[in-house]
Design a protein around this ligand. Structure first.
Ligand SMILES: Cc1ncc(COP(=O)(O)O)c(C=O)c1O
Length: 323
């Protein structure tokens, strides 16, 4: 996947992917986007923020958008392997079951056990391994079991499917000043940013938010190439060991900057969202943590979209957060 050029991502490609996502038998929905002022969330800046509720998306996260365009283009009845901390794995498993295909999810052993159980309930196998072994296990499945590898963030079809979120938010707010997106491997951020910029919103500033302990995209900007690190964060979806190569190329073109939040700030955001009636997992709450903690510059008086990318959090996990 590393050699795909950013030039292949055109507006026509993204519009076609959006049609595929919209017509997919997986039932991807057009998620609500609501003004902050219609919630009880606190805000100490004078600006117009809308929150895009991907926590209400089918399978509980935006990942189904990319999967609808990625797995939807694969032969039905195939044998697939992926690595995922949970949300991609859930959408992958949901899609494989729907299309009558089989597969395995290789998962970091740090991910919540409840996620493995859920994925297994779709008839898909799970192998839990240390984060540093993820790729070795995937390679074994490709070589020994003849499985086709589908990447959970560094994949053109997946990123093009995620871009449907960017095109959709522009229908509700045609020229946002600022868009804030969570970043793990960077597939979501790259897709949304490409969709917005290629649609002609040249002035929109798009920011990625990463945990301090898993800031691979931030480090990639410094090193000017996609890099990895030993990641550790409560937001397991934002903590893959590497930034994606194609996501990094697209982010370099279309993203203003990456800001960092601490795990404490993420936990507080999950808690405040929950108190306001919004069930959002740590990986989906990092954007709100960035807003609460003034990590995004110059928001005063601006039209802003903040994406809440997923809501898959168990009761057991929620009890670990402050009241
Ligand atoms: C809820 C949520 N938000 C954001 C991300 C980050 O997505 P990406 O790896 O495409 O950057 C993930 C990844 O699993 C996620 O589960």
């Amino acid at each position: 996947m590393g050699e795909v050029s950013a030039d292949v991502v055109t507006l026509d490609l993204l519009i076609e992917a959006r049609e595929t996502v919209r017509c997919s038998p997986l039932g991807v929905i057009n998620t609500p986007m609501i003004p902050w002022c219609q919630t009880t969330l606190p805000l100490n800046i004078d600006c117009n923020i809308h929150i895009k509720l991907e926590n209400m998306q089918r399978t509980g996260s935006f990942k189904i958008r990319g999967v609808a365009n990625q797995i939807g283009r694969q032969p039905k009845g195939g044998l697939f392997v992926t690595m995922s901390a949970g949300n991609y794995g859930k959408s992958f498993a949901y899609a494989l079951k729907h299309f009558g295909s089989k597969g395995k999810v290789v998962m970091p052993e740090t991910a919540p056990v409840s996620r493995s159980i859920l994925i297994q309930s779709f008839g898909v196998e799970v192998e839990r391994v240390p984060t540093s072994c993820l790729m070795n296990v995937v390679n074994r499945c490709i070589k020994e079991d003849n499985m086709t590898f589908l990447h959970s963030y560094d994949d053109l079809d997946l990123i093009a499917g995620h871009a449907s979120l960017g095109l959709e938010l522009l229908e509700a707010m045609p020229e946002p000043d600022v868009v804030v997106v969570c970043c793990g491997g960077g597939g979501l951020l790259a897709g949304v940013a490409a969709a917005i910029k290629l649609s002609g919103c040249n002035k929109t500033r798009i920011y990625g938010v990463e945990p301090e302990g898993a800031c691979t995209m931030y480090k990639s900007y410094i090193e000017k190439k996609a890099v990895g690190m030993d990641t550790k964060s409560i937001a397991s979806g934002l903590a893959p060991p590497f930034a994606g190569t194609l996501p990094f190329k697209l982010c370099q073109l279309y993203v203003e900057g990456i800001v960092l939040v601490s795990d404490e700030e993420i936990k507080e955001a999950v808690s405040i969202l929950y108190s306001s009636g919004l069930v959002v997992e740590p990986s989906g709450s990092a954007t709100i943590a960035a807003i609460f903690n003034s990590k995004i510059p110059e928001l005063e008086g601006k039209n802003i979209v903040c994406i809440l990318s997923g809501g898959n959090i168990g009761k057991d996990e929620l009890t670990n957060f402050p009241n």
